[in-house]
Design a protein around this ligand. Structure first.
Ligand SMILES: Cc1cc2nc3c(=O)[nH]c(=O)nc-3n(C[C@H](O)[C@H](O)[C@H](O)COP(=O)(O)OP(=O)(O)OC[C@H]3O[C@@H](n4cnc5c(N)ncnc54)[C@H](O)[C@@H]3O)c2cc1C
Length: 392
C-alpha cells in the first residue's frame, strides 16, 4: 500500500494499516517530516482510537485535559453555556477530551511508526500522477524510488495529501476546494505571558457578530493556543495555508469586544493567517474510493474547523481503512469500497455540522439573542455531541 502524504492523516493510516499487516510506504513531498505550529482539540472519539493504537501514555505526556468548554459572548463576556469535559468525558464516553500541539501528535505517530518498523517512510517524494489499471496501479512524480514507479499488481494507493490534494482528481471529478470567505488568525503564546487572571485551564469559545475565538491550553498547559475567525478576503496565494497575519487587519475585522478577550488577544506578539477552505459535504462512497485508490483526511473531506474534528476524522478514517484492509478474503478494490461505505456518511455529517456551527457562532441581532437564550436554557444538552463522541 502506498500512502501519499505524511501529515497526521497519512501517518495515522501508516500506523493503523501497518498494524493490520499492510506494509505501507509513505511518500511525503517535504524534505523533513514536520507540522506547522498550532493546537488541535481531540474528542473522545479520537483519543479512543489513539489509545487502541497503543498511544495512551504518549498522549498523557503531550496532552492537556481541559475541565470544561465554556461558550462566552464576545460583547458581554457572559458565559452562555458550559460543557463539562475532564472526568465527564471519561464517564460518558470512556475516553478523555484532550488538547495537543499538532507537532507533538505528529511526532508521537512518527516515533511509533519508526520504532515498530511497520511502514517505510520516504521524504522528498512528490506524487504527480497516478494511473489505475485493472490489475494494479502506477504512480509518477519527483524523486520517487524506481521500485515505486514500476507497475505493481498488488498495490493500492491512499491519497492523504491534504486540502490541495493531487490524488483527489483520480477519484472525484469536481476536485477544487472552495474559498469560504473566512480567515483564521492563529497564535501560540506562553501561558505566562497571558494576564494572570485570564490564564486558562479550559477551552473557551467566544462567539459574536461575524467573529468567534477559540482558546485552549496545549503542551501540558504551558502554552495557550488561540484561533480567531473573521470574515475577510483571502491572501493572493491560497495553496500554502500558512501566511503572516497582520494585527491591525485582525483588530479591524473583530470590532469592539469584551475587555477579557481583548486583553487575551493583546498577549499575542505575532499572528499566523490561515484562509479557510473546504469542500461541500461528501455525497457518497464514490467520493472516497475508486478502484485501488482511496482518499483519507482532508484529501477526501476538507472541512471548516468549527467542530474541531478535521484531524479527528482523518484518524477515524485511518482506523476504518485498517479494519477493511485486514479483510484478506476480499479483493483490494472491495476492501477500499468497504472503507468508503463505512466512512462517507459520518464524514459528510461532520462537514455539515461544522458549517452549521460556524453560522451559529457568528449570529447577530435577535438571532444572537435567541442563540444565547437557547444555550442558557438547554445548557449541556445543546453543546454535547453524543453521535460524534460515542464514535462511529
Ligand atoms: C484553524 C484550524 C483549526 C483546526 N482545529 C482542529 C482541531 O481542533 N481538531 C481537529 O481534529 N482538526 C482541526 N483542524 C483540521 C486539521 O488540522 C486537518 O483536518 C488535518 O490536519 C488534516 O490532516 P491531513 O493529514 O489529512 O492533511 P495535511 O495535514 O494537509 O497533510 C497532507 C500532507 O501531504 C503532503 N503532500 C501534499 N501533496 C503531496 C504530494 N503530491 N506528494 C506527496 N506528499 C504530498 C503534505 O506535505 C502534507 O504533509 C483545524 C484546521 C484549521 C485550519
Amino acid at each position: 500500500m502506498i500512502i501519499v502524504g505524511g501529515g497526521i492523516g497519512g501517518l495515522a493510516a501508516a500506523l493503523a494499516c501497518g498494524q493490520a499487516g499492510a506494509r505501507p510506504q509513505v511518500l511525503e513531498r517535504a524534505a523533513t517530516f514536520s507540522e506547522v505550529g498550532a493546537g488541535i482539540q481531540m474528542g473522545p472519539n479520537v483519543t479512543r482510537t489513539l489509545h487502541a493504537w497503543g498511544l495512551a501514555e504518549d498522549l498523557k505526556e503531550i496532552g492537556f485535559v481541559p475541565r470544561k468548554l465554556e461558550a462566552k459572548d464576545t460583547q458581554t463576556g457572559q458565559i452562555i453555556g458550559t460543557l463539562r469535559l475532564g472526568q465527564r468525558s471519561l464517564d460518558t464516553y470512556g475516553a478523555p477530551y484532550v488538547t495537543v500541539h499538532r507537532a507533538d501528535l505528529h511526532r508521537v505517530l512518527l516515533q511509533k511508526i519508526k520504532r515498530s518498523g511497520l511502514a517505510e517512510l520516504c521524504l522528498d517524494s512528490e506524487v504527480q500522477a497516478v494511473q489505475q489499471h485493472a490489475d494494479g496501479i502506477q504512480i509518477s512524480g519527483t524523486n520517487l524510488a524506481a521500485s515505486l514507479t514500476e507497475f505493481s499488481k498488488s498495490a493500492a494507493m491512499v491519497g492523504a495529501d491534504g486540502l490541495w490534494s493531487k490524488t483527489r482528481q483520480f477519484v472525484v471529478t469536481h476536485k477544487a476546494p472552495r474559498v469560504t470567505g473566512l480567515l483564521a488568525y492563529r497564535a501560540l503564546v506562553p501561558m505566562q505571558s497571558v494576564p494572570e487572571k485570564l490564564r486558562l485551564q479550559d477551552v473557551n469559545v467566544w462567539v459574536g457578530p461575524r467573529v468567534h475565538a477559540v482558546l485552549y491550553p496545549v503542551k501540558c498547559g504551558e502554552y495557550l493556543n488561540l484561533v480567531v475567525v473573521v470574515q475577510g478576503p483571502p491572501p493572493a496565494t491560497l495553496d500554502d495555508w500558512d501566511h503572516a497575519g497582520n494585527k491591525q487587519d485582525l483588530e479591524a475585522a473583530i470590532g469592539p469586544i469584551h475587555a477579557d478577550l481583548r486583553d487575551m488577544l493583546a498577549a499575542v506578539p505575532a499572528w499566523r493567517l490561515w484562509p479557510l477552505c473546504d469542500r461541500p459535504p461528501i455525497q457518497g462512497p464514490h467520493e472516497m474510493a475508486k478502484g485501488r485508490i482511496a482518499l483519507l483526511g482532508d484529501a477526501a473531506h476538507p472541512m471548516r474547523p468549527f467542530l474541531a474534528q478535521g484531524a479527528g476524522m482523518a484518524i477515524e478514517d485511518a482506523a476504518e481503512l485498517a479494519r477493511s484492509w485486514a479483510r484478506a478474503d476480499l479483493q483490494v478494490e472491495d476492501r477500499l469500497q468497504m472503507y468508503a461505505q463505512a466512512r462517507w456518511a459520518r464524514n459528510a455529517q461532520v462537514q455539515q455540522r461544522s458549517i452549521r456551527n460556524g453560522q451559529i457562532f457568528h449570529l447577530q441581532g435577535p438571532l444572537r439573542w435567541g442563540r444565547n437564550m437557547a444555550m442558557k436554557v438547554m445548557g449541556e444538552s445543546l453543546m454535547d455531541v453524543p453521535w460524534l463522541y460515542a464514535g462511529p
